[in-house]
Structures are given as C-alpha cells and as structure tokens.
Design a protein around this ligand. Structure first.
Ligand code: CTP
Length: 404
C-alpha cells in the first residue's frame, strides 16, 4: 500500500526519517512531500535515500517553466497514487492551512486533492498547541474524520516542558495501519486485553517473573483499536510502547492485574487474557533485602488468584478469550483450561517450537473453541495473527448467539 508522508517544518522533522523506516518495515511504500520549512531542518536527500523514491519539495521551487508545466498536475497524481496521507510533524501552520482550505504549497494543495484517509501527528511548542486557534483548527480536522495522533508531553526542544512532542514513530505507524485496514467491525465494543508477564517481588530488589514479551497481547490491542474498539490494555512490565489510541493500565503483580481486570470488567464486551500471570507469589514480602548466608534457602510461595477463572465465573454474555502456553499436549490442555475456566476460546501455542513463542515476532497458534471447533492458524506475524484471532472471536460470538 502506498503512503504519502508530508513533512512539516519543525525540529521534529528529523523523526520523520525514522517514521519512513518504520512505515517501510510494516510493508508500506513511502513517497515524501516536504514543505520548504521542513527542508531547513532535514534534507530531501535523507528521505530519497531511505524511501528509494523521489521527494517533492514544493509547488514551483527552482524549477523551470517547462518543468512546472510538465508536472503541473503532480499534486493530483500524487493524490491518486497514494492511499493514505500522513503528516508528521504537522505544524500549527499546516494544521491551520488544512482546516481552512488554504493551498499555497505542494503539501496543502495535495491535502485538498487527497480523498483517502488522513493521519495527522502534530508537534509544536506547548503554548502554540494550547492556543485557541490551533485547538479550533484541530477540532475541524478531527471532525473531518482524520486520525490525530498525539502529541506527547515531555521536554521540548524549545526548553519548555508540556504537550507538544511528536509521538513515537511506532504510534504513527499504528494509526496508519488502522487507516489502511478501514474495517470498523469492532466499533461500539470495549476490549479489555491483558498482556505481558507479572512480577512477584521476593524482597525490595528481587522478583519472580517469566519470559512473556507482551507482543501478542499488544498486537491484539492494536488490531482491536484499529478496527474501532475502545481498548483497555492491562499490561505487566514490558519493553513495548502502547499502540496509539489504547488506554494503558500498567500493573506489576498478579494481584494488581486481577484488581485492574475486575475494575474494568463491567465495561468490557470482549476480554482477552493473553498475559502470562504468575501462578505463585510471596505472601509477605520482607521490606529489607534478604542477606546471603551459607545455608540452603527456600521461599514459600502461595497461589495467586486465577484471573481467567474468576472472569469466567462472572462474565455474563461477554466473550472470554484465554491463552495457553504449553510445552506438551497443547490442544487437550487448551481444551481443559477452556472448560475449567469457562472461557469461550483458548488460543493455544507451543512455547518451545523453533522460531516462535515468547520474544518472537511470529507465532503459530491453534484456536480451541467452546463450540467444539479446533482451528489451527498458519505461522504468521503476531500482528497478522491478532486480526485472525479477532475475526474468529467475532464469528464465534455470532455462533454462540445463534445457538441460544
Ligand atoms: N491465567 C490467569 N490467572 C492466573 C494464571 C493464568 O488469568 N493466575 C490465565 C492466563 O492469562 C491465560 C490462561 O489463564 O489466559 C492460561 O494460563 P496458563 O499459564 O497457560 O495456565 P495455568 O492455568 O496457569 O496452568 P499451567 O501453568 O499449569 O499450565
């Protein structure tokens, strides 16, 4: 799919180079349009080298009359050749031009000619961001259905601290992926997704955890948000950025995860429990570091609450999806967990299969459903599998509904 990246003139323009790479990693072809101000911050050569494509810098520029005449409808061509327009960084000036239909350079002209989805990632000084003119212009763009991503709050290049920083390129990619899917079959749904490991403290400096990376749960949260759902992502400690548009609830222990899930259960229509929750914890954690002695030592562990089973007993007509990470007897184990925990579907996977599992970007899973069906899914990236799991979840809910 072709994306046209509009780069505005702000200090964050250099991050658009990283965004180009991130979009290409996701399989998009990227064409770049830079405003003349953007060219003051970063050169067109950078984008040409990264994308392998010509970079358009402005409407007339230094071109001869012949060149201008031969490409006089270039903004129309670019508008037709690309499926998504993403503007990053979107400056106050660009936002104002787009909102008011001004077209005095290539990017603003392209915006008017463009008919596909538009993703806007603003970046500017905090005072500018909070100025009523920018607030109103942005509301106009949001009202047109454009996806607005960010900005983040933090230390800005101008020395102020506050909102105005361009969001992480991966979050812009999430918004572009969402725009490219164009599916809204989860709008009106609230998904509560758990992800990652939990950490169970032993003392103030040590803890017990597991090898879950959180990638599968984050991919499901991203896919669901892209398809229009409200997503509450309850995550143990992971090295991942939350996808754009999801509400992150960061937790550490199994008990914290349980409390967060129960708090959000009333809002949920679908619950996905992909977290690798610790089965045991230390009930009374000492407040001082345990010192080394020559003697053998042991730790007493108590069971943690089984969150999936508790949700299963209170779920009502909500759809409940659990996971089972197994090293043996995957399908029978998944089926047993589905029945004992009253889940509607268990996503089973072998954690010791070569090239898949924990920290990998790919996985191979089998869906075990309460209808009796077992659906093996081909090895694919976790992002692709996330969509397939959601497709099957919606089909399963319909089948369960029709069976009543
Ligand atoms: N789960 C949970 N709370 C726990 C343990 C597990 O909610 N305390 C959930 C997981 O999020 C997952 C499912 O139960 O969706 C299965 O987790 P798994 O660790 O595979 O199963 P266990 O029931 O812990 O069984 P075992 O470790 O013996 O395989």
């Amino acid at each position: 799919m072709n994306v046209v990246l509009g780069v505005g003139g702000g200090i964050a323009a250099y991050k658009a180079a990283e965004l180009t790479r991130a979009l290409m990693r996701e399989g998009f072809t990227v064409s770049t349009v830079m405003t003349s101000a953007a060219c003051e911050f970063i050169t067109p050569l950078t984008f040409a080298a990264l994308s392998g494509r010509k970079v358009i810098t402005d409407l007339f520029g230094n071109r001869s009359a012949d060149e201008i005449l031969s490409s006089s409808v270039e903004h129309i061509e670019v508008a037709q050749q690309n499926q998504i327009l993403v503007v990053a960084p979107a400056t106050a000036d660009l936002i104002g031009k787009f909102a008011n239909g001004l077209a005095d350079d290539f990017l603003s002209t392209l915006y008017l000619a463009f008919q596909g989805p538009v993703v806007i990632a603003p970046a500017m000084n905090t005072n500018m961001w909070q100025h009523p003119a920018v607030v109103e212009n942005l509301a106009v763009l949001a009202g047109r259905g454009h996806r607005i991503v960010g900005p983040d709050a933090g230390a800005l290049a101008c020395g102020t601290v506050g909102p105005g920083r361009l969001v992480d390129p991966e979050q812009i990619v999430s918004a572009v992926v969402a725009a490219s899917i164009g599916k809204t079959d989860l709008s009106g749904e609230t998904l509560v997704v758990t992800a990652g490991p939990t950490q169970e403290p032993i003392d103030p400096v040590r803890y017990i955890t597991n090898r879950s990376s959180g990638k599968m749960g984050y991919a499901i949260a991203e896919a669901a948000a892209a398809r229009g759902a409200r997503v509450v992502l309850i995550s143990g400690p992971v090295q991942l950025k939350p996808p754009a548009g999801v509400e992150l609830v960061a937790v550490r222990t199994a008990y914290q995860m349980r409390d967060a899930v129960m708090e959000h259960l009333p809002e949920a229509t679908i619950i996905v429990k992909s977290a690798a929750v610790a089965d045991y914890h230390i009930a009374s954690v000492p407040d001082k570091k345990i010192k080394k002695t020559a003697a053998r030592m042991s730790i007493d562990l108590d069971p943690t609450p089984d969150i999936l089973a508790e949700v299963g007993s209170k779920k009502g007509d909500r759809l409940l999806i659990g996971f089972a990470a197994e090293t043996n007897d995957m399908v029978p184990e998944a089926r047993r967990k589905m029945q004992t925990k009253r889940a509607d579907m268990i996503v089973g996977n072998f954690v010791n299969a070569a090239g898949t599992g924990f920290d990998s970007d790919v996985n191979e899973v089998t869906l075990v459903m309460s209808t009796g069906d077992t659906v093996p899914l081909e090895r694919a990236t976790k992002k692709e599998l996330a969509h397939k799991i959601l497709d099957h979840a919606l089909r399963l809910r319909l089948a369960l509904h029709n069976a009543v």
